[in-house]
Design a protein around this ligand. Structure first.
Ligand code: FAD
Length: 403
């Protein structure tokens, strides 16, 4: 009987095994995860869960019984230390060996940490990737405490929003000229800067961290503009690194992610990869998409291809972020955009439409689910309305789908 082993029991790993079974794979399936809990969703860790508004069980992607019911062997608290591609076998950290016919790497990513030399190892300094990180951090979010958030990407901004709502005094520093610089247009940065400032967050852009200070516990921060801050805790949100170590030591090709072909296959014909750790093809460029949508879709494509489906994976990027009462929804990918057109709607709804030449490539929609859906359908259908129609408040946006 054929045996598929999946390493990494996160979003992509869980999606891959579920898809194998729903597509009728009747061989053996083993899903191995280093964490002690069944596969769960990470996005709430910097949103509702951190806020204390969501129970741990609600994070789980599937009920615990799902795996046994579907004859999937789920091995938690188990780390894989080595792959032996020539033998089609893996070795667990406890020395146990396991043979596979196909192996899927869904090892995710790890947060970039501050070096110990600049205070990264002080207590009270947190990153947020795992449930354990969120559980360690949440009790420190006490009203009145002074929090420094390092990094103005989505995770840093979400942590800042939760902290501000809980009554902490929040300062956020972003080394680049503006928050969200890597991922969004200035118009979107402006929107979220204003939103955070309205909630009392002190956002400082073009300002980096020199070091965190303290004796054991963090008590201060020195910034690149010479400012010294007294703080009680710090959250570090400075990006992630794909978890490619296992692939690298096993001779599988990596290049800022595990290199995969359009079908999700790595440099070894019996080893596949999906999710944060893997690359995918976006318009001829191999990049990594760090999102739930990509983790699910790429992993499902791998499952289909293991079963001989021969289906290239074509990403349809989407993403979201929750900050205060704003739900941001993003469709498409804004790589190489030229212009951004702003549409303002009722009740504070706003959307930013990215064009590359005369092609619509992405939409950021703030409290505007309707235009997010319309934008997503336009992008996926390869339709690019005249930008003048987008900005005209009189345009019936739904009618654009029929153009
Ligand atoms: P992961 O979910 O990270 O799973 C990888 C698993 O592999 C981990 O459990 C790890 O322990 C395990 N593993 C690694 N190495 C080994 C080994 N050697 N042996 C055994 N197990 C191993 N995306 C969105 O689209 N929208 C959002 O709003 C959003 N918010 C986010 C908020 C936070 C706080 C975080 C951390 C992420 C957020 N993301 C969001 C990103 C999204 O969660 C990730 O893109 C997604 O989880 C990637 O899934 P994955 O399966 O590739 O990796």
């Amino acid at each position: 009987m054929s045996h598929v082993v999946v390493i990494g029991a996160g979003q992509a790993g869980a999606s891959c095994v579920a898809k194998l079974r729903s597509e009728g794979f009747d061989g053996q399936i083993t899903l191995i995860g280093a964490e002690p809990v069944p596969p769960y969703q990470r996005p709430p860790l910097s949103k509702a869960y951190l806020m204390g508004e969501m129970a741990q069980e609600r994070l789980y992607l599937r009920p615990a019984a799902f795996y046994a019911d579907n004859n999937i062997t789920l091995r938690l608290n188990t780390k894989v230390g080595e792959i032996r591609p020539a033998e089609k076998a893996i070795v667990l950290m406890n020395g146990e060996g396991l043979a596979y016919d196909d192996l899927v790497l869904t090892t995710g990513s790890v947060p970039r940490k501050l070096p110990a030399g600049i205070g990264g190892d002080l207590s009270g300094v947190f990153t947020v990737r795992d449930l354990a990180d969120a559980d360690a951090m949440a009790p420190a979010f006490q009203p009145g405490k002074r929090l420094l958030v390092i990094g103005g990407g989505y995770i840093g901004l979400e942590a800042a929003a939760v902290a501000a709502k809980l009554g902490l005094q929040v300062t956020l520093v972003e080394m680049a000229d503006r928050i969200l610089q890597r991922v969004a247009a200035p118009e979107t940065s402006d929107y979220f800067r204003a939103l955070h400032r309205a909630h009392g967050v002190d956002i400082r852009e073009g300002v980096g961290l020199v070091r965190l200070t303290g004796e054991g516990h963090v008590t201060g921060a020195e910034l690149t503009d010479g400012t010294r801050l007294a703080i009680d805790l710090a959250v570090v949100g400075i990006g992630i690194i794909p978890a490619t170590g296992l692939a690298e030591i096993s001779g599988i090709t990596t290049d800022n992610g595990i290199v995969t072909d359009d079908y999700g296959r790595t440099s070894d014909p019996h080893i596949w990869a999906a999710g944060d750790c893997a690359t995918c093809n976006v318009e001829g460029q191999r990049i990594r998409l760090e999102s739930v949508g990509n983790a699910i879709d790429q992993a499902e494509a791998v499952a289909i291809n293991i079963m001989g489906g021969d289906q290239p994976y074509v990403p349809k990027p989407w993403f979201w972020s929750d900050q205060y009462d704003c739900k941001l929804q993003i469709a498409g990918l804004n790589l190489g955009y030229g212009q951004v057109h702003v549409r303002k709607g009722e009740d504070g709804a706003q959307s930013h439409w990215y064009y590359k030449g005369d092609r619509l490539i992405a939409v950021d929609a703030m409290n505007d689910a309707r235009n997010y859906m319309i934008g997503k359908r336009l992008i996926e259908g390869g339709k690019s309305p005249d930008p003048a129609l987008i900005t005209d408040p009189a345009t019936d946006m739904k009618a654009l789908l029929k153009l």
